[in-house]
Design a protein around this ligand. Structure first.
Ligand SMILES: C[S@@+](CC[C@H](N)C(=O)[O-])C[C@H]1O[C@@H](n2cnc3c(N)ncnc32)[C@H](O)[C@@H]1O
Length: 207
């Protein structure tokens, strides 16, 4: 399988328990961390919109990254590229956070996430606001290490703003049979079918 936009390879730690995984990302810095985390896996550099690999895969995943595409035109280009790299009968799995979806977006959404290990407690506070055809995101990290607390401010990023109905049509036009499931806030996967009240559409697309 190919894990597109694999980041630091966090998901690959679990995916490799069941699959022969190749990871791909745009950013060479995160790939270095991914290679350290999963030294037995192959990691390649590439842009999801334009990459061309010789291999064809049974599964392509793209987690927490489609939002970096600017608009539906880039999304269509990326779907075509994924389709090209899948074997017949292969499956593409991805999700989009509700904040990037017309059907679910709420202006000024604040998301608070907490993570910790033995040395550090990290609280991430994100604010998302819609601006025309994109969504702007700002983030602050509060890092508690022993008795010290420091703050890191993430420069604002611009994300795409998409439409579930349009994505479904584009997937169909690209040659996918798309099945939408209902996910939870922490991307828990359920086998319940997506409806407009489901907070988190998870797309499972068969070639
Ligand atoms: C929020 S991280 C998600 C990482 C990982 N998939 C996860 O769920 O932990 C988003 C990743 O997408 C990558 N990315 C953004 N745009 C990309 C593109 N056009 N092609 C490939 N990777 C991209 C970034 O470099 C970053 O590592």
């Amino acid at each position: 399988m190919l894990d597109v936009a694999c980041g630091t390879g966090l998901e690959d730690k679990f995916l490799k328990l069941s699959f022969h995984v190749t990871g791909m990302d745009l950013n060479s810095g995160v790939l270095r961390i991914a290679r350290r985390r999963n030294p037995e896996l192959t990691y390649l550099s590439g842009d999801m919109r334009t990459f061309r690999f010789e291999n064809r895969y049974d599964v392509i995943t793209c987690f927490d990254a489609m939002c970096y595409l600017r608009d539906h035109t880039e999304l269509r280009k990326t779907f075509r590229n994924f389709h090209r790299h899948l074997l017949n009968g292969g499956v593409l799995v991805f999700y989009l956070d509700p904040v990037f979806l017309k059907e679910h977006h709420k202006q000024d959404t604040i998301v608070i996430t907490k993570k910790h290990n033995q040395e550090k407690h990290i609280t991430l506070i994100e604010l998302y606001r819609r601006k025309g055809r994109s969504v702007e995101g700002n983030a602050v990290y509060m890092i508690q290490e022993s008795s010290r607390v420091r703050f890191e401010i993430d420069n604002f990023e611009t994300f795409g703003f998409f439409d579930v109905a349009r994505i479904k049509r584009m997937l169909r036009d690209t040659g996918f049979r798309a099945h939408l499931y209902s996910g939870g806030r922490n991307i828990t996967f359920s086998l319940r079918k997506y409806n407009q009240h489901s907070p988190y559409p998870i797309f499972v697309c068969e070639k």
